[in-house]
Design a protein around this ligand. Structure first.
Ligand SMILES: [Zn+2]
Length: 171
């Protein structure tokens, strides 16, 4: 059984600082060593760079990334459709995600996630080519660490913004 909401924190063995929040099932791509941003301890990330990945590993990354794009695309699309309805003032009516906003939302989130996952392969190839494979310092704005969790949070930005705009400017 797949635990959709499974959240796992990767902590530094030196100072227990949370270096990464993993959600769902990690894709496994990235520098093999992390350096803690707080105390500089180096520890294995459980990740592997693209050229060093086995064929099943690469296939897994593609299947995992596609599933993420579809799942978060559908969910994010629903939230975009809700946001549009919220701005139009119709949230109290029965919400049925349909129409242009839903389709556009699914495509926007799905394509963005697919694009970022493809960009991660490119970044990995460039790191290996440049001999800069780590230790990698996980960062908030990096797409290397914890991207699934970051995207799962990002899809909530449009409905929150729409709700705030409606409450402050429209009502
Ligand atoms: Zn540390």
């Amino acid at each position: 059984m797949i635990h959709m909401a499974h959240i796992h924190r990767v902590s530094c063995p030196g100072c227990d600082h949370d270096t990464e929040t993993q959600m769902w099932v990690p894709s496994g791509l990235g520098p093999s060593l992390y350096a803690c941003p707080q105390c500089n301890t180096t520890f294995p990330s459980g990740r592997i760079e693209w050229p060093h990945m086995s064929v099943p590993g690469k296939l897994w990354y593609i299947v995992n990334s596609s599933a993420l794009a579809v799942f978060l695309g559908l969910f994010g699309g629903t939230l975009i459709a809700w946001s549009v309805l919220c701005l139009q003032g119709g949230v109290r009516a029965k919400f049925e995600p349909s129409g242009a906003a839903y389709i556009a939302g699914i495509l926007a989130w799905g394509c963005l996630i697919a694009l970022l996952q493809a960009l991660r392969i490119r970044q990995s190839l460039m790191r290996v080519r440049a001999g800069e494979t780590g230790p990698f310092r996980p960062r908030f704005w990096s797409i290397v660490n914890g991207l699934q969790f970051k995207m799962a949070m990002a899809i909530w930005i449009p409905p929150i913004l729409a709700f705030v705009v409606r409450k402050t400017l429209i009502e």
